[in-house]
Each structure stands twice: as structure tokens, then as C-alpha cells.
Design a protein around this ligand. Structure first.
Ligand SMILES: [Zn+2]
Length: 273
């Protein structure tokens, strides 16, 4: 519960709510960082208790360790600001038919084996993981809840209802992870942050581009699996352009094996279950 809410409970009025509505429209977030972590923890528990929908890969700690290693490398970037506040964990979902990854508020990252098998180099995976980390860092999910329901939530709390209502309302919104669906603006912002994070790692910062290229290439033939991906991460062609423009702006030479790590990645891929 933030100090802001304690204030709201003492002093409520139409004016306060009008101000909140305006703030929400400007990207304000009524949730605290700790709220994001609590929400993430709840979602993580829901996901783990639903192996039908989210079959977590068991008996292959090497796969998880490899992906964790990349996450740690990205998190080491000084551009990732909340790594001491958010717990940042990663789990592999054993589902080859889903080419996707997602991240809850507070940094609980999930990667599908379908995505691992789809990519061709380690730098692309680092780019996708950086993108997921950015959704948590930039708090896209709780900002969206604030914009959509912030006034209702604030009103309920101001009227003296149970303070845990905030978390209850928020966790209900996440049923089936619906609220993890990101807007196009959020996607571009997450891409930009991912490139910024990767800039201070051994990885080529623009490698997420190979992921986009392959999606656009295979969109027709891999319909179902890519549909699910595109439902949580919209992919307009201008995301490709955005990556290209950023690489040009940073004046980076074309990538090489030394910053793509495709040989190492293909070896990892061959050993996947
Ligand atoms: Zn995204």
C-alpha cells in the first residue's frame, strides 16, 4: 500500500479522482514496486499450479541454467535499474507449439521451448529476454491497469474498503494472463530498452531483428503458434525498422559470430528435449 493511498483514504473528493484520472492517462502508476512484486508472485503461483496450460520443463536443469545465464548477463547491464527490487526468475515451459515468452510484473519470466527452437543464435534470445525484462522494468502491466481501472480502485479504497482489494482487483484482471497483452507503443518501448540493455553486454544489440525477420517469413506457414505470439506481442513491420534505425544511429558494424553466438546456440538447441 503506497503512501498515496493512505492520503487518498483521508482526503477523498471528486477533485482527487479527477486528478488521478488525468495522471493515469499520462502513464502514472497507482501501484508501488512492491505491488508489482506481489502481483508477480501471485501470478507465478497460479502458473505453477496449472501444469495443463503451463507444463514446466522438469528433469533438465541444464536448459534452465543456460537461459538463466543469459538473463543474468542482460541484468548485469547498468541500464536495468530495478534488479535489486524485482526478484527476476526464469522458468522454461515445455511446449514446442508456442513460440513465445512472457514476463509478469515484478520479473517472473517464462520462456517456451517453442521459442528456444525457433531462434538461431544466442544474441536473439538475449534480445527477446531483454524485451521481457523491459516490460517488467517499465511496469507496462500495472500502468495499463491504472489507466483502465485506477479510478475505480482508488474510489473503492477511498471509501474505506479492505486495502487488500487493490491486489484482489489486480489479480482478477490477470485471469488467463489477459492483462499481459501489450500495446504497440509498449512493444516499441520494450524493444528500445532491450537494445539499450544489450549494448553493455557481449551480445549484438540488434539481434532481436532476426527473430522478427523469421516471424514475418514464416507467418503464413506457422499460423497457430505465431498467432499466440502475436496476440501478446504485436509485431508491425515498423518494429524491424526501429531496430535498423537504432543500429544505424549507434553506428554499429554488422554483427559477427563473436557477438551472435550462433554455434554455441545451435549446440544448445540440438540438446533440447
Ligand atoms: Zn512485448
Amino acid at each position: 500500500m503506497s503512501a498515496f493511498f493512505h492520503y487518498l483514504r483521508r482526503r477523498t473528493g471528486i477533485l482527487t479522482l479527477a486528478v488521478l484520472a488525468t495522471l493515469a492517462a499520462c502513464g502514472f502508476n497507482i501501484f508501488s514496486d512492491q505491488d508489482d512484486v506481489n502481483l508477480g508472485r501471485q501470478l507465478d503461483a497460479q502458473i505453477r499450479s496449472n501444469p495443463g496450460e503451463y507444463p514446466i520443463l522438469r528433469g533438465r536443469p541444464d536448459v534452465k541454467q543456460y537461459v538463466e545465464g543469459i538473463v543474468r548477463t542482460v541484468l548485469a547491464s547498468p541500464e536495468v535499474k530495478k534488479k535489486d527490487i524485482y526478484p527476476y526468475t526464469v522458468e522454461i515451459i515445455n511446449d514446442d507449439k508456442t513460440i513465445n515468452a512472457f514476463c509478469t510484473p515484478g520479473g517472473y519470466i517464462y520462456v517456451y521451448t517453442g521459442l528456444l527452437k525457433f531462434l538461431d543464435n544466442e544474441a536473439s534470445l538475449a534480445g527477446v529476454l531483454g524485451h521481457e525484462i523491459a516490460h517488467a522494468e517499465l511496469r507496462h502491466a500495472t500502468k495499463r491497469i491504472t489507466a483502465a481501472y485506477g479510478v475505480q480502485i482508488a474510489l473503492a479504497i477511498a471509501l474505506g474498503e479492505n486495502p487488500t482489494l487493490l491486489e484482489q482487483i489486480a489479480s482478477n484482471l490477470f485471469v488467463n494472463l489477459g492483462f499481459l497483452k501489450n500495446s504497440r507503443d509498449d512493444e516499441e518501448e520494450a524493444d528500445n530498452s532491450s537494445m539499450l540493455y544489450l549494448r553493455s553486454t557481449p551480445y549484438y544489440p540488434g539481434a532481436i531483428r532476426y527473430f522478427f525477420d523469421k516471424i514475418l517469413e514464416q507467418k503464413g506457414s506457422r499460423g497457430g503458434a505465431l498467432e499466440r505470439l502475436l496476440s501478446t506481442h504485436p509485431l508491425p513491420r515498423d518494429r524491424v525498422e526501429n531496430v535498423e534505425n537504432t543500429m544505424k544511429k549507434w553506428n554499429l558494424p554488422p554483427p559477427t559470430e563473436a557477438n551472435l553466438f550462433s554455434a554455441r546456440y545451435l549446440k544448445f538447441k540440438r540438446n533440447l528435449p
